[in-house]
Structure formats: structure tokens, C-alpha cells
Design a binder for this molecule. Structure first.
Ligand code: EPZ
Length: 420
């Protein structure tokens, strides 16, 4: 298994470009199932999860043509089955996103029920309940979700008991071809949901309210093809900005989405970073200072994103002061902590709260990645630790960060991939 070898102690300095957002690309690729016309999606990140989604669409009989710039043209007119098999779904839970489009456009879907994952049980009950409210017949047979509808889904008013990003996305997609109006209440407001809605509108969908907690969709008979660029990745952007803050350096992220990281930028300023923004770039300059401890409490957008929690635990582990980090979204999203303790961090976890007492330094050590964002936080810790850190199981990182060693290397980090 590949490993990353990092020698800490370098202040990062330079410019890096944000890749396309994984969590916008995945629902948008699923949305291509809603039309039989040719459709092109651009600015896709070169990530394992994207490859898996393209494999899944290909396994259904869709034509998939990828160019060297990671633009993909999809032809769903050749689709010959509506199944998302376990061997693909078990590697990527986001496969559940094909459920809504398949039922809505083809009247049938068999999608393996995603199991839990490292960060939590990750149920999909809200997805299924919403589709049933729209007239789908749903059963779970042998670990598969079997969903069908005679004719078209019917518009419905759906209230989400919990804010769910992919739940909102699944039902938003399903509603575009349903008969009548659908209202999604307590909907997710994440920028990736907005990006999906904008792509659907470019395909001819009638959607208003995206980006608020109430989304209204008026179903249409058919959607047409389009050419749509995926938004930049705000979590990758935030990760590079935290890398500047943790190493006392200066990093500018270009071709990124400036308005979707307010909660993160405000926490970076509270930690003592100088944050400046342009039309499509964000810069953090720590001017050699040690970060100040900052309290974090994760919540749905526009509040502080759970996908940035591990990165701020890393920042707090070398900050001046004591920080309280509360994880309100997932029940088991502190697995990075045990690995950071191996590097000398002083962190105590009780329930969904971590108390982080900042140390003046961490020590490099062999550590293991456990899930995508946790592994990014290990990279950040290793960048500031004394000595060498070897990170194992970095396939977790490759799922969400494109060319991570090249990008960090271009900022001056001493980082290399050890193949074996
Ligand atoms: C999306 O996951 C993201 N994944 C996650 O990013 C992100 O952490 C999460 O949203 C929260 O922002 C993609 O977009 C592909 P949820 P999702 O449904 O949609 C509960 C990453 O690192 N819930 O918003 O699966 C659930 O258990 C990944 O890129 C139900 O109870 O998350 C959780 O506690 C990790 N029933 C809460 O809601 C449901 O039917 C929020 O989950 C659905 C969700």
C-alpha cells in the first residue's frame, strides 16, 4: 500500500490551484442519468471517487468519454440496467446518489444499501422516506434497495428531520422529472447542493430556493443536455489555507470559490492569520506566528463544516491555548485523534467533544489514515512536526485530494509518496 513520507519544519509558501469539488462532482455526475441527450461535465477532479462514479455509470451501459483535462461526456441513451452493485457501492457510499435519478427517469433502481463507514452509521432513511412520499415503492432485499414507480413520481412536500446533503440532492434530482411541484423543507444549503441545482437548471429543470432551507421544484417532462463546469473544492481550499496557518507560512489558493468558506476564514482570522481575498483567490499569511487556539462546533452550512473539523484539531494541537472542538454531525469523527496522540498531541475526547491543549511542537511518527479528512489532518500535523512522519493507508487521501504530494510539494513541503 502506498504511503506518504513527510519531513516537517518547513514554512509553506506559494500558490496552489483548487481542483473541482468532489462533493459537487458526484451528485452532478449522477444527475446526468436524468437526460438521454449528450451531456458534458467539466473541471472534474482526478480522484478515485470520481473514477468509481464513472465506472458505475459505465456499468449501467452509459457511454463515458473522458478527455485529458478531466472533462467527461456522458451518453445515457445506451443505458441498459438500473443497478448499482455492492462491489462498487461498498467502496463509495455516494453511489446512493444514482437512486433518485434512476427511479425518476427510468422508473426503477436497484442500489446496494451503503453500509456504515469509519465516521458513522450513515443511514439513508431520509432518502428512502422522501422517495416513498413521491410515490416510489421501496423495499430492501438482500442488502439492496429496490425502488420502482409506475409512470412518473408525484411532487410532494418533504420535511427532512435532519439536514442531509445527499438526501437533499437525491430528492432534488428525483423531483425535476416528477409530476407537479415538490417542496423540500429543512433542505441542505451547502454550496455543492447549489452547484447541483444550477447544473439541473442548465439541463432545463425548474428550481428555486436552492441555497436556502426550502427548495421548490416544478417537475418537467424531460431534461436536455448541457455542458457544465463543477465548482471549485472549498474543503481542499480550506485544507491548504490551514496548512499555511499551521506552518506559519503564506499560501494563496487560486481558481477557488471565495464565498463558500466564510465560517472557516473567520476561524482562521481568530487563530491569528491574515486572510485576504480576490475574485477567485484566498490567501492566508501567518507571518511566522504560532496560531492561537480556536473553539470549533460543526453544523450544516453556512456554519462551520464537519469536513474541516479534523484540520482544525491539527491546527489547535500546536496552537497557543486550549480549544474545545465539538462534532455535531457524525458520531465517530475523531479517529484522527489517536493518530495525533502518537505524534505527541495533547487531546482528550469525551463523546462528541475534543479538548485540545496546544503543544509547542509535535514529533514525527508512523501513523495510519482512517478516513478522508482525518488523513488530511495527519498531513497537516506532519508538516509541522519535528522529524519524519510516514502515513499509511493513504488511499483514503487519494479519494478526496488530487495530486496531494505535488500540490504540497509546490508549496515547499518535504513530501513524497513511497510505493509498496
Ligand atoms: C455529505 O455526506 C458529504 N458527502 C460528506 O463529505 C459531508 O461530511 C456530509 O455531507 C456533511 O456535510 C458527499 O457530499 C458525497 P448527510 P452525507 O446526509 O450526505 C444523518 C467527505 O469527507 N442522516 O448530510 O452522507 C447522518 O447520519 C464526506 O467528503 C440520517 O440520519 O451526509 C449524519 O449524522 C464525508 N439519515 C447527518 O444526517 C439520512 O437519510 C448528516 O449527514 C441521511 C443522513
Amino acid at each position: 500500500m502506498d504511503k506518504l513520507l513527510i519531513t516537517g519544519g518547513t514554512r509553506l509558501n506559494g500558490v496552489v490551484r483548487a481542483s473541482g469539488a468532489k462533493n459537487a462532482a458526484l451528485p452532478i455526475l449522477a444527475a446526468t442519468l436524468l437526460t438521454k441527450e449528450l451531456i458534458t461535465i467539466k473541471n472534474l477532479p482526478h480522484l478515485h471517487d470520481i473514477t468509481t462514479m464513472l465506472e458505475l455509470l459505465g456499468s449501467m451501459g452509459c457511454g463515458v468519454v473522458v478527455d485529458e483535462k478531466m472533462s467527461v461526456q456522458l451518453d445515457v441513451s445506451t443505458l441498459n440496467n438500473c443497478e448499482a452493485p455492492y462491489e462498487l457501492v461498498k467502496t463509495m457510499r455516494a453511489s446512493i446518489l444514482v437512486l433518485g435519478p434512476l427511479v425518476s427517469h427510468f422508473g426503477r433502481a436497484v442500489v446496494s444499501l451503503p453500509g456504515g463507514c469509519a465516521i458513522g452509521s450513515r443511514p439513508v432513511d431520509l432518502h428512502l422516506r422522501g422517495l416513498e412520499a413521491m410515490g416510489a415503492i421501496i423495499s430492501v432485499e438482500g442488502g439492496d434497495i429496490v425502488a420502482s414507480v409506475d409512470g412518473r413520481l408525484k411532487g410532494a412536500r418533504i420535511f427532512f428531520d435532519k439536514v442531509t446533503v445527499t438526501g437533499t440532492e437525491n430528492l432534488l434530482m428525483a423531483a425535476t422529472l416528477a409530476e407537479g411541484q415538490t417542496v423540500l423543507e429543512n433542505a441542505a444549503r451547502e454550496p455543492e447542493v447549489v452547484d447541483l441545482a444550477e447544473c439541473l437548471i442548465a439541463m432545463g429543470a425548474k428550481i428555486t430556493g436552492h441555497g436556502t432551507d426550502t427548495i421548490v421544484i416544478d417537475g418537467v417532462e424531460a431534461l436536455h443536455g448541457t455542458s457544465y463546469p463543477v465548482m471549485p473544492d472549498r474543503i481542499e481550499t480550506g485544507t491548504f489555507l490551514v496548512a499555511a496557518a499551521i506552518t506559519g507560512g503564506k499560501v494563496r489558493v487560486i481558481d477557488t470559490d471565495v464565498k463558500s468558506l466564510e465560517a472557516v476564514l473567520s476561524k482562521l482570522e481568530e487563530a491569528g492569520a491574515k486572510v485576504t481575498c480576490g475574485d477567485s483567490w484566498i490567501e492566508v499569511d501567518m507571518e511566522g506566528r504560532r496560531p492561537k487556539a480556536v473553539n470549533i462546533s460543526t453544523a450544516p452550512y453556512p456554519a462551520f463544516p464537519t469536513d474541516m473539523q479534523a484540520q482544525f484539531v491539527a491546527l489547535n494541537s500546536v496552537a497557543d491555548g486550549v480549544a474545545r472542538v465539538i462534532e455535531n454531525i457524525f458520531e465517530n469523527r475523531f479517529m484522527h485523534v489517536d493518530e495525533m496522540l502518537r505524534m505527541g498531541a495533547d487531546i482528550e475526547v469525551s463523546g462528541n467533544t475534543a479538548i485540545v491543549r496546544g503543544r509547542t511542537s509535535l514529533k514525527g511518527a508512523p501513523v495510519m489514515a482512517t478516513d478522508l479528512r482525518a488523513s488530511a489532518s495527519l498531513v497537516l500535523s506532519a508538516l509541522v512536526a519535528e522529524g519524519d512522519t510516514k502515513i499509511d493507508r493513504i488511499y483514503h487521501i487519494d479519494r478526496g485530494y488530487e495530486c496531494i504530494e505535488e500540490k504540497f510539494g509546490s508549496l515547499g513541503a518535504k513530501i513524497s509518496r513511497v510505493l509498496n
